[in-house]
Design a protein around this ligand. Structure first.
Ligand code: HEC
Ligand code: HEC
Length: 500
C-alpha cells in the first residue's frame, strides 16, 4: 500500500514537472512576506534563455583580463555569494581590493548597489568590477571581442535576445537577469512569518523582540535594510571614505550602505572591510565599541548614550534570532550553481601554458613524486569530505614543493610562477579546514596548476590523467583513465593523458 502510494506520488510529480517544463519555469516571484520589487522588469523581462546566458557569463573567467577571474570567483554560492575566507576580495593576479565582497541576493529590491552605492541601477553595476584594476581589470570592448570569438555565445545571445548581436546592453541585462533570480526568502524566519507551520524557539523569539527594538531602525523590514548610507561607529580607517567617494558630499564621509542581515552564517567576515569574523564581535561592537565621531549616525548617539545598550545575554538572543535568517535552500539551490549549466563552459586552453622542460636531478624528481602522492591524499580527503585531512595534505604539499630547487633560469622562473599559484590554492584548502565547499571550490585550480607543472617538467614516473568536466570548472588528476572521483553533476568528463 505504502509503495503504491509512493509510486502514485512519483507519477503525479513527474506529470506535474513535465507539465511545468512545457510552460516557462518560475524564474522570479515575489515571496508573500516581501514588498514590491524596485527593479524595472518591464525594460528587461526575465526569460529562461536570458537567465542561462547571464549565468554562463557570471561563471565565465573570460570577463577578466587574464581569463582567470569570473564574477563567481568573488561571489561564491556556498558563501551566500561572497568570497569565502577572504576579508578583502581578491581579483586578477591576486590583487587585493579594499572591500569585502558583498553577498548577492534579493537584488530586485535594492535601490542602489555597492557599499558606497556606486551604481543606482543593477544593470550598471557589473561595469564596476569588470573595469576595476583590482577586480577583473578588463574593458567591455575586449570582453565583447572574446565573446564574439566563441560560437557558443552567439547562440546564447540569439536565444536570449532574438539575434546574434553581442553588445554591452545585452551583456549587462543578461547578468542582471541571472542575479535577479537569486531570491533568498526561505529561512526559518520567513517560514515562521508566512505561518508555514514553523515556530521560533523561545530564545529566537526573544531575540526577535530585542532586534526590533535595537537594530530594526536601520536593518528594517523583510530585507533587513533600509538601503540608506550610514556610519555605525566602526573605528575609522582613512583609506575608505565610503559614500563620500561617490557623492563628494561632506555629509557622506564614512557612510556605508546598511547591509541585509540575511545569510550571515555563510557570509562571514562582516562589514565593508570584513573586520569582524564573528557575530559575537559585531554585537560587542554595537554594545561597547561604537566610536563617537562627527560622522556617527544619530540613532547610535541618543540622549548622550553612544552605542546600543545590551547585556551579553541580550546579545546572545539577538544572535540566535539572526541565525533564523540563514537560508540553506538558497545556498544549495542548483539553479544558481555553476555545475548545472546547460551548455558547456567555454574553456581556456591551458595546454598552451605547458612547456617542454626536463629535469634529471634525482632529488628534485623525488620531491615532485612526493608532491603527486600528497595531491592524491588531498583528493581522497576531498572525496570523503574530510576537511581536516585535506588541509593537512595541503600543508604537506607546500612543505614538499618548497624544497624543490631548480637552477636553470627559464625553468626556475616558470616553476616559481606556478609554485606560487599552487601554494595559493593549497592555502585556500587550508583556509577551508572546516568548510568543505570552500575546499571543493579551490580543488580544481590546485589540480590545474599541478597538471601544468607536471606536464611541463615531465616528472611523473607513471602515466597520469587530467580530467575536466565539460559543464563546470571541475578538474582533477588521476592515475587511472576511469577514475572513481567524479563529482556530482559531472556526467560529461573529458580526459587527457599525461605521458611520461
Ligand atoms: C575581485 C572580486 C570581485 C569580482 C570578480 C566581482 N565582484 Fe561583485 N563585488 C565585489 C566587492 C568587493 C563588492 C563590494 C563593492 C564595493 O562596494 O566597492 C561587490 C559588489 C557587487 C554587487 C553589489 C551588491 C549590493 O548588494 O550592493 C553586485 C551586484 C556585484 N558585485 C555583482 C558582480 C558581477 C555581476 C560580477 C562579474 C561581472 C562581479 N560582481 C565580480 C567583489 C567582486
Ligand atoms: C544606525 C544604523 C544601524 C543600527 C541601529 C544597526 N546597524 Fe548594523 N549596520 C549598519 C551599517 C551602516 C552597517 C555597515 C557598516 C560598514 O560596513 O561600514 C552595518 C553592518 C552590520 C552587520 C554586518 C553585515 C555584513 O554583511 O557585513 C551586521 C551583522 C549588523 N550590522 C548587525 C546589526 C545588529 C545585530 C544591530 C542591532 C544590535 C545593528 N546592526 C544595528 C547600520 C546599523
Amino acid at each position: 500500500m505504502k509503495v503504491k502510494l509512493k509510486i502514485a506520488i512519483l507519477l503525479l510529480t513527474i506529470t506535474f514537472l513535465s507539465f511545468k517544463s512545457i510552460q516557462e519555469p518560475v524564474l522570479f516571484s515575489v515571496p508573500a512576506n516581501f514588498p514590491k520589487p524596485d527593479y524595472p522588469f518591464e525594460n528587461n523581462p526575465i526569460t529562461v534563455a536570458g537567465v542561462e546566458l547571464g549565468k554562463t557569463l557570471f561563471y565565465d573567467a573570460a570577463l577578466s583580463s587574464d581569463n582567470t577571474i569570473s564574477c563567481g570567483s568573488c561571489h561564491q554560492q556556498s558563501a551566500g555569494f561572497t568570497q569565502h575566507g577572504h576579508i578583502l576580495s581578491h581579483g586578477v593576479n591576486d590583487r587585493l581590493s579594499k572591500r569585502n565582497a558583498m553577498p548577492l541576493f534579493n537584488l530586485a529590491w535594492a535601490s542602489n548597489f555597492g557599499w558606497d552605492g556606486i551604481a543606482p541601477h543593477l544593470d550598471l553595476f557589473a561595469v564596476s568590477p569588470i573595469t576595476n584594476p583590482v577586480e577583473m581589470d578588463e574593458s567591455l570592448e575586449n570582453i565583447l571581442e572574446k565573446l564574439r570569438a566563441t560560437p557558443l555565445y552567439a547562440d546564447l545571445f540569439e536565444k536570449a535576445f532574438g539575434s546574434r548581436e553581442i553588445n554591452n546592453d545585452r551583456l549587462l541585462k543578461a547578468l542582471s537577469q541571472f542575479m535577479l533570480t537569486m531570491v533568498s526568502a526561505n529561512a526559518k524566519y520567513d517560514r515562521y512569518v508566512r505561518k508555514e507551520g514553523l515556530k521560533l524557539s523561545d530564545i529566537e523569539s526573544e531575540g526577535l523582540v530585542l532586534f526590533k527594538q535595537k537594530c530594526a531602525s536601520c536593518h528594517s523590514g523583510e530585507l533587513f535594510t533600509d538601503f540608506s548610507f550610514r556610519n555605525n561607529g566602526l573605528a575609522l580607517r582613512e583609506r575608505d571614505k565610503g559614500r563620500f567617494e561617490i557623492s563628494q558630499n561632506d555629509a557622506d564621509i564614512y557612510k556605508f550602505k546598511v547591509p541585509s542581515l540575511r545569510n550571515l552564517t555563510y557570509t562571514t567576515p562582516y562589514m565593508h572591510d570584513g573586520r569582524f569574523a564573528t557575530l559575537e564581535q559585531v554585537l560587542e561592537h554595537y554594545a561597547a565599541k561604537v566610536e563617537k565621531t562627527d560622522y556617527l549616525d544619530p540613532i547610535l548617539n541618543k540622549d548622550g548614550k553612544v552605542g546600543i545598550e545590551m547585556n551579553t545575554d541580550e546579545q546572545k538572543k539577538i544572535i540566535a534570532f539572526l541565525k533564523t535568517l540563514d537560508d540553506e535552500d538558497f545556498v544549495k539551490n542548483p539553479m544558481f550553481s555553476e555545475s548545472t549549466l546547460i551548455s558547456d563552459i567555454p574553456k581556456k586552453n591551458i595546454d598552451v601554458e605547458i612547456k617542454n622542460f626536463t629535469i634529471n636531478d634525482a632529488d628534485t624528481r623525488a620531491l615532485f613524486k612526493q608532491g603527486i602522492e600528497t595531491y592524491f591524499k588531498i583528493k581522497a580527503a576531498i572525496a570523503k569530505k574530510n576537511t581536516l585531512e585535506a588541509a593537512e595534505g595541503a600543508r604537506v604539499l607546500i612543505k614538499t614543493l618548497n624544497r624543490v630547487r631548480i637552477t636553470e633560469a627559464a625553468q626556475k622562473s616558470f616553476f616559481e610562477n606556478y609554485q606560487e599559484k599552487l601554494f595559493l590554492d593549497a592555502k585556500r584548502i587550508i583556509e577551508g579546514e572546516r568548510f568543505f565547499a570552500h575546499q571543493f571550490d579551490h580543488f580544481d585550480e590546485l589540480s590545474e596548476h599541478l597538471y601544468i607543472l607536471l606536464a611541463s617538467f615531465k616528472v611523473n614516473d607513471r602515466v597520469l590523467y587530467f580530467n575536466e568536466c565539460k559543464r563546470s570548472d571541475m578538474k582533477w588528476i588521476s592515475d587511472s583513465a576511469t577514475d572513481s572521483f567524479v563529482p556530482d553533476n559531472c556526467n560529461d568528463v573529458h580526459t587527457k593523458t599525461l605521458n611520461l
